[in-house]
Write a new protein. Structure first.
Ligand SMILES: [Zn+2]
Length: 275
């Protein structure tokens, strides 16, 4: 039985944009059981399911969107202390100014970079001011740097991540989705880099891969046990191709030492995010 839980990967946007994102996933063939849920409903859900805090991640697909979205998230988080806000910036924005606004003035916990959605490689030098600001504030970045579910844009992969970490080895990073489909390579790099953590977001066969190619539960157990203090439970709620509770159950039911499981669901997030 888990005593305490934090979800390190939840998404919410203002209503119009949220609905456009639900539609995008539906066009991709996803079920999206939470279709139509607005921010209010999204923010109520983790608490109803035993999560005492949760990170809310923004992402942007166009230049100029980030400032307004970051301000929106700031207003939401002011009303709800259970929200840990994570901002976003587009590589064609004034990256330095917007990142400093988020991490300084708005007091965000970190930043999110979605290489696929933004259509930018992690090693793009327009992102260097982002990494430098994060290091300055000693705050983490969450990156969707892996190739799962599909490398739509040719911008993701462990090689770009490795180049950034070579330049900024002190950067704190939460690698989303366990770095799938290159988890082994990400884990090997993380062994040498103490500031690299992983989240389990959307790790169910329907969301991240076709059933045949998806790793069995023993594989997840083995990955978690290899770096047990680096793994954090994240759901990707509400952008899921299935029920959040079913995905959570996959991890709750893994045959892990209770201390490792508690670290996965709470302790590691608490320590890494300072919450
Ligand atoms: Zn996500």
């Amino acid at each position: 039985m888990l005593n305490r839980k934090i979800d390190v990967h939840v998404h919410a946007f203002p209503e119009k944009l949220m609905n456009a994102i639900y539609s995008w996933f539906q066009r991709e063939g996803w079920e999206v059981p939470y279709d139509g849920w607005n921010a209010e409903k999204i923010f109520d859900y983790p608490g109803q399911n035993g999560f005492e805090k949760f990170l809310v991640l923004l992402y942007v697909h166009k230049k100029g969107m980030a400032p307004e979205l970051n301000d929106w998230l700031f207003e939401q988080a002011k009303e709800r202390p259970e929200i840990i806000p994570v901002g976003s910036v587009h590589h064609e924005d004034d990256v330095e100014t917007e990142t400093h606004k988020c991490l300084g003035e708005l007091g965000f916990a970190g930043m999110k970079l979605h290489c696929q959605v933004q259509n930018v490689r992690m090693n793009d030098e327009r992102l260097f001011p982002l990494y430098e600001a994060l290091i300055h504030y000693d705050k983490p970045v969450i990156v969707h740097a892996g190739t799962a579910p599909v490398d739509y844009t040719g911008t993701v992969g462990v090689k770009y991540f490795a180049q950034v970490m070579e330049r900024y080895p002190e950067l704190k990073v939460q690698v989303a989705h366990l770095g799938m489909n290159e988890t082994e390579a990400f884990l090997r790099l993380a062994e040498e880099l103490p500031g690299v953590m992983f989240d389990t977001a959307a790790l169910d066969a329907k969301s991240m891969s076709d059933q045949d190619a998806f790793p069995p539960p023993e594989q997840f157990k083995e990955w978690i046990e290899r770096l047990p203090d680096r793994m954090m439970y994240g759901s990707d709620f509400p952008l899921l191709n299935g029920k959040s509770s079913e995905i959570e159950r996959q991890f709750v039911s893994l045959d892990l030492d209770p201390a490792v499981k508690q670290a996965l669901f709470y302790d590691n997030a608490k320590r890494f995010w300072g919450i």
